[in-house]
Design a protein around this ligand. Structure first.
Ligand SMILES: *Cc1c(COP(=O)(O)O)cnc(C)c1O
Length: 217
């Protein structure tokens, strides 16, 4: 697989699902990838990337940003409150707002800076104990509370349980977004992004299918 294979598959799926071609945003997940692979994808003109750790992103993206203009970075992993300041300085989008305390901290930072990254609320659609996210039942109240803090909530994000049919989780996330007047839907990864597009994903997060297997460290 490569970037162009994935963008072709996205276009084909948009077309097949009667969605406007170009309406799905590809977030290329560059976590734990060698710099050369990321530079290759930047060189092909792609500019939207996802990282799951603040520290790793802070180590590599400043220099990529010196070399390439208009990079947009999405945080797609859990955010500790004590890293929130660094995160809002580094990321254009935070996809993983998953608890009230973090909302309060991001709200304070937004007031102080007069700006905030766009934010997705992470929903734990499978209600898995070990997974981050707001439960489906609490989503409406949480979104209202975030809006009261003046946070720019643009959508919902989910990571379905590994052993379940992802389409059911994508459909649930789409329903919750509709109920809350949210347009953004971040869902779908290498193995299931076409299913996610069929269910209305506006943002898909694809790593290994673009870059190859991650280098563990
Ligand atoms: C790593 C990761 C991805 C990308 O996974 P692939 O299977 O490599 O496409 C997407 N979303 C999140 C939240 C991730 O942590």
């Amino acid at each position: 697989m490569s970037l162009s294979d994935i963008t072709d598959r996205i276009r084909t799926t948009e077309d097949r699902c009667d969605r406007e071609v170009g309406s799905v945003t590809l977030v290329a997940v560059s976590k734990k990838q060698p710099d050369a692979r990321v530079e290759d994808v930047l060189g092909q003109g792609h500019r939207i990337f996802g990282e799951n750790q603040v520290q790793e992103a802070a180590g590599k993206w400043p220099s990529f940003r010196d070399q390439f203009d208009n990079v947009a970075l999405h945080l797609i992993g859990p955010l500790q409150t004590n890293k929130a300041r660094q995160a809002v300085e580094l990321f254009d989008v935070i996809e993983t707002l998953d608890r009230p305390k973090l909302a309060a901290t991001l709200g304070r930072l937004a007031q102080e800076r007069g700006a905030s990254p766009d934010i997705f609320v992470q929903v734990n659609t499978g209600e898995e104990q070990q997974k981050a996210g707001i439960t489906p039942r609490e989503t409406s109240t949480f979104v209202k509370d975030c809006r009261a803090l003046d946070l720019p909530i643009v959508g919902l994000m989910c990571i379905p349980p590994v052993d379940e049919e992802p389409a059911l989780h994508f459909a649930l996330l789409a329903k919750l977004a509709r109920e809350n007047g949210l347009d953004g839907l971040s869902m779908g990864m290498s193995a299931d992004f076409e299913t996610a597009i069929a269910q209305g994903a506006t943002h898909i997060r694809v790593g290994s299918a673009i870059f190859g297997e991650r280098v563990t460290n």
